[in-house]
Design a protein around this ligand. Sequence first.
Ligand code: ADP
Ligand code: MG
Length: 217
Amino acid sequence: MTQPESVLLDVLGRHLSAVSARSVLTMGLARAHVDMQRPQPGDGRRLLHQIERGVRLYLADREAQDRCLRNVAHLLESHVEGQVEQQSRVSLPVNTEWDIVTVRSAGRSLCQQIGFSASFQVKVATAISELARNIVQYAGTGVIELATLATNPPGIEIVARDRGPGIPHLATVLSGEYRSRTGMGMGLRGTRNLVDQFEIKTAAGQGTEVVVRAFLT
Ligand SMILES: Nc1ncnc2c1ncn2[C@@H]1O[C@H](COP(=O)(O)OP(=O)(O)O)[C@@H](O)[C@H]1O
Ligand SMILES: [Mg+2]
């Protein structure tokens, strides 16, 4: 039994007999498909729902049930969803060509962790490459933040931020009339077409922030 599981068992054991507590927990984890060592977005809510079914079965008194569930909910919030937050948002520096590779692969493994399909991973990795390459080429230095979105359907958010020269000719770039100097890759316009949400804030001399979100279809 993992550490978070035994803490949970402990809480349940304060309200139920040892045998019932163990059975409620085991059944809840199996039914909610939760691995407490690698909690995923939404796991806490799903597990609570399954534990609730058990608790309402084993405890007769409605008030006692609610008391128990309040404690469980509180614990899941800090132990499960808290961990998800930490695990699923990362901020990575982008300064060199090599950082592009690192960020790209971080995006891929984040996708894998939450069970996104191979084609979704390619989409995310491509968007990350384009944004990271622009930082290196035009701003020199910046960061990329990656986060999973516990939405329904689930998604991923990529934020590319730099304090470079900005993109004064943004409208032209996005219109498609713009001829890229390198002519390589999808560019900002291609990236926008690839994802579900695309926002860009840029100011001459102050920098650029691109926020991209893609959701599982
Ligand atoms: N982060 C950035 N900072 C400053 N300028 C940028 C940035 N990203 C893109 N640009 C400008 O926008 C143009 C278009 O970018 P993009 O669509 O990626 O095509 P490409 O990089 O192939 O030129 C770039 O040529 C550059 O002038
Ligand atoms: Mg580019």
